[in-house]
Design a protein around this ligand. Structure first.
Ligand code: RRO
Length: 310
C-alpha cells in the first residue's frame, strides 16, 4: 500500500500526523508505543516568543461530548525550544512541523529568525487560532477570525521562513473560507483546520464554570461532523492544500476527511486517550483502502461523490 502523500512541496510517508499539543513536548512519552518512521509528521506543542505560564487550573475537563481544554499555551519560549527541544526532535525519523503563535507581526518575525538553518523544521504551523489566549486588541479575539490580520500574519511568516507555512485556522467564525482565502493570498502553502470549538462546562453543584479560564476549546469525536463541513467548504472554494483535524479516532475518520478534500490529517485528542492511537488508526486506514481497492492514499483526496457542494 502506498501511503505517501505530497503536500506543500513535501513528501510525507503517511497522511496521518499527530496534532500539536497532544504528543508531549518531544514525543518521548510515546517512544514505547510508536514507530516514528510510520508517523507522517509530528506537529509540536505551540511555542511563543517569551515563556508563558498558561491558564489557571483546572485546565482540562472531559464533558459528555468531548474534551474541553483551556491550557493557555504554557511553554518555555522559543530560545529554550530551539536550543533544547528542536535538536532532539530533528533526530527523529519523521517530519517535524513546529507550531508557533504570536500576538504581533514582530513576534512572528523574531521567532522564525531564531530557528537555526541547520535544524530547520520541515514546515511551520502558524497557530492563528488558540481559543484560550487573546491575540491583541482588535474586535476579534483570534487572528484567524480576522481576514486582514490573517493575511498580514501569514505574509510576514512566509516572507521570513525558509520552510513552508501551514496556517492553522479556527472554526469559531461565520465563514472559514474567507480566512482560508486570506491565508492563500498571503502565500501560505497549506491550511490546517480545525482548531477547537469554543465552549463552556458548568459545575452545577458549585454553580460555577469548571475551567479556571471559564471558556475552553472542545475537541474529540463530537466535533468531527463540524470539522468535515469546514474542510469541505474550504476545499470547494479555495485552491490550497488542506490538513484536516477534528475528532479522528479511527481509520475510517481519516478516509472521511480525505474524501472531503484533506490531503493529510492530524490526530489529536485520540493520542491523549490511547498512546497507541496512531498505529491503530493507520492500520485501519490501510484496511479501508484495501477494501475499496485503492492503491494510493493520495488518490482519495476530494473524491466525495455528489450531494450539496458547500
Ligand atoms: O494551549 C491551549 O490552550 C490550546 C491551544 Br495553543 C490551541 O491551539 N488549541 C487549544 O484547544 N488549546
Amino acid at each position: 500500500m502506498d501511503l505517501k502523500i505530497k503536500l506543500a512541496g513535501i513528501t510525507f510517508e503517511n497522511p496521518i500526523w499527530v496534532a500539536s499539543g497532544t504528543f508531549g513536548t518531544k514525543g518521548q512519552e510515546f517512544e514505547d508505543f510508536i514507530d516514528f518512521a510510520q508517523v507522517g509528521a509530528i506537529v509540536t506543542k505551540t511555542v511563543t516568543l517569551l515563556p508563558r505560564e498558561g491558564n489557571p487550573p483546572p485546565r482540562v475537563v472531559e464533558t459528555r461530548s468531548g474534551l474541553l481544554n483551556s491550557i493557555g499555551l504554557p511553554n518555555k519560549g522559543i530560545n529554550s525550544f530551539v536550543s533544547k527541544e528542536l535538536p532532539e526532535l530533528k533526530k527523529m525519523p519523521t517530519k517535524i512541523i513546529v507550531s508557533i503563535a504570536g500576538t504581533s507581526l514582530k513576534d512572528i518575525e523574531k521567532m522564525i529568525k531564531k530557528i537555526p538553518e541547520n535544524i530547520m523544521p520541515d514546515a511551520i504551523e502558524l497557530n492563528l487560532s488558540c481559543p484560550n489566549v487573546t491575540h491583541g486588541k482588535t474586535k476579534y479575539k483570534l487572528t484567524a477570525q480576522d481576514p486582514q490580520a490573517t493575511e498580514k500574519m501569514v505574509k510576514i511568516a512566509v516572507g521570513t521562513a525558509k520552510c513552508p507555512i501551514i496556517a492553522k485556522l479556527t472554526p469559531n467564525v461565520t465563514d472559514i473560507t474567507e480566512i482560508a482565502k486570506a491565508a492563500k493570498k498571503a502565500g501560505a502553502q497549506a491550511v490546517s483546520l480545525v482548531n477547537t470549538y469554543a465552549g463552556i462546562a458548568i459545575d452545577v453543584e458549585e454553580m460555577k464554570p469548571v475551567l479556571g479560564n471559564v471558556v475552553g476549546g472542545l475537541s474529540g469525536p463530537a466535533i468531527k461532523p463540524l470539522a468535515l463541513k469546514a474542510v469541505r467548504d474550504v476545499y470547494n472554494s479555495v485552491d490550497i492544500p488542506i490538513v484536516g483535524i477534528g475528532g479522528i479516532v479511527g481509520g475510517v475518520d481519516v478516509a472521511e476527511f480525505m474524501l472531503c478534500g484533506a490531503g493529510a490529517v492530524q490526530v489529536g485528542t485520540a493520542n491523549l486517550i490511547d498512546p497507541d492511537a496512531h498505529k491503530r488508526i493507520s492500520k485501519e486506514f490501510e484496511k479501508y483502502l484495501i477494501l475499496k481497492g485503492i492503491k494510493k492514499a493520495s488518490g482519495l483526496t476530494g473524491k466525495l461523490k455528489g450531494g450539496r457542494t458547500a
